[in-house]
Design a protein around this ligand. Structure first.
Ligand SMILES: *Cc1c(COP(=O)(O)O)cnc(C)c1O
Ligand code: SF4
Length: 380
């Protein structure tokens, strides 16, 4: 499957078998400035940012993802997600290490229980690629904080003993960093809990390491079906043939696919681009689930767009793509307030009428329509 415009010369000697082997991809990740400079033309600012940021948040890029980057485009939307930019070194007083207060809502290590019916279960702190916009930089990529077996057992025990939990979102880091055996074990244990009705896996592997989706992994997922698999495509260029194959295999394994896009300045803050991405995702059986406002985590303010940008994108989507292609635009409130949804304003006027308030709505095309909102006490 030759799918890249140009495979970087650094990997010219890799065989097809190597390239499509996720272990090889994982072992040959780009981690040094030296390697990176053989793949893309780096600016002085990027060199500086790489050197300084690597102590705070490691750099790792899979050969697959690196091959999708445009070597001489400094504004390449994939490169911006993978290669530290000078903005990463700038900190603001409002930024937070743990913007969603995930650590303080932990009844046991490795579980965030914020809503009564669902928990986040962190099972790994590693990812194939470290996304520069990651909101969990504080622990992701730090091997000293990885979940040990005892911690996974404690998490399972907490879920077993907490009957309000209907929905378990296996997260990380990236849960597909676990072996098939370990992931299979977790899914089986969770499926065996009577009150757990919904299993979800949040993973960016279909984007950054699609080779990880093997028949063996699919068998594990199929056994636990239906697994709601949330992935994280941010740009149409990420939908490589390898990723498309991975999505097809996951669908065959009985997964229900959803996408959580993060809105990022310079990457995807463009309504037509999001429309294109969502159309492509839908055509491959992956429903746009959330469009997330970038959090207030440290060193990612250069990625954050004004709230109005997201609202304008939502306004553009509605009417131009079926409802299945319209995600919720969500802000995860700092301090652990949870997620709220922002919707464009469609009400343009309200005035009293004979039978109830007359509400004027504007539709997606900007046309206005009146609706009589009958008063409950006047209906009979
Ligand atoms: C996002 C999140 C969930 C899942 O929320 P949904 O809106 O159901 O997708 C659950 N727990 C925590 C702590 C979360 O941040
Ligand atoms: S895959 Fe997710 S958890 Fe891992 S670095 Fe990227 S955004 Fe963070």
């Amino acid at each position: 499957m030759a799918s890249y415009v140009r495979r970087p010369a650094l990997f010219a000697n890799a065989s097809e078998a190597d390239w499509s082997d996720w272990h090889w991809q994982q072992q040959n990740r780009i981690r040094t400035l030296e390697e990176l400079s053989q793949i893309i033309v780096l600016s002085a600012g990027e060199r500086e940012a790489f050197t300084q940021s690597s102590e705070r948040f490691r750099v790792a890029i899979t050969p697959h993802y690196a091959a999708l980057m445009q070597a001489d485009n400094a504004r390449c939307p994939l490169r911006l997600q993978a290669v530290p930019q000078p903005g990463e070194l700038v900190t603001y007083p409002f930024e937070m290490r743990d913007p969603l207060a995930e650590e303080s809502h932990m009844p046991v290590a490795g579980i965030t229980h914020r809503y009564p019916d669902r928990v986040l279960f962190y099972v790994s702190h590693n990812c194939p690629m470290y996304c520069r916009h990651c909101t969990r930089k504080r622990k992701v990529s730090d091997p000293t904080t990885a979940a040990a077996r005892a911690q996974l057992e404690a998490g399972l025990a907490y879920i077993r003993n907490t009957p309000t939990v209907r929905d378990v979102l296996i997260s990380g880091g990236d849960p597909l960093t676990l072996s098939d055996e370990r992931l299979g074990y977790l899914l089986r244990e969770l499926r065996a809990i009577e009150h757990v009705e919904v299993l979800r896996v949040g993973t960016r592997n279909p984007v950054t390491l699609p080779q990880r989706v093997t028949p063996e992994l699919c068998a594990v997922l199929h056994q636990a079906r239906p697994v709601y698999l949330h992935t994280h495509f941010n740009h149409p260029n990420e939908l490589s043939p390898e990723s498309i194959t991975a999505l097809a295999m996951l669908l065959d394994a009985g997964c229900v696919l959803g996408n959580q896009m993060v809105l990022l300045r310079g990457v995807n803050d463009d309504a037509e681009l999001v429309l294109r991405l969502n159309r492509a995702l839908l055509s491959h059986g992956c429903r746009p689930y959330y469009m997330l406002q970038c959090d207030m985590a440290e060193g990612i303010t250069h990625f954050r767009t004004p709230l109005n940008t997201g609202l304008a994108i939502m306004d553009h989507l509605r009417g131009r793509i079926g409802g299945m292609g319209v995600p919720d635009f969500v802000v995860d409130l700092p301090g652990g307030g949870g997620k709220i949804e922002l919707v464009p304003e469609y009400v343009s006027d309200r005035r009293p009428g004979e039978h109830g308030e007359i509400v004027t709505f504007r539709n997606w095309a900007g046309e206005c329509f009146e609706f009589v909102d009958v008063d409950a006490s006047n209906t009979d």
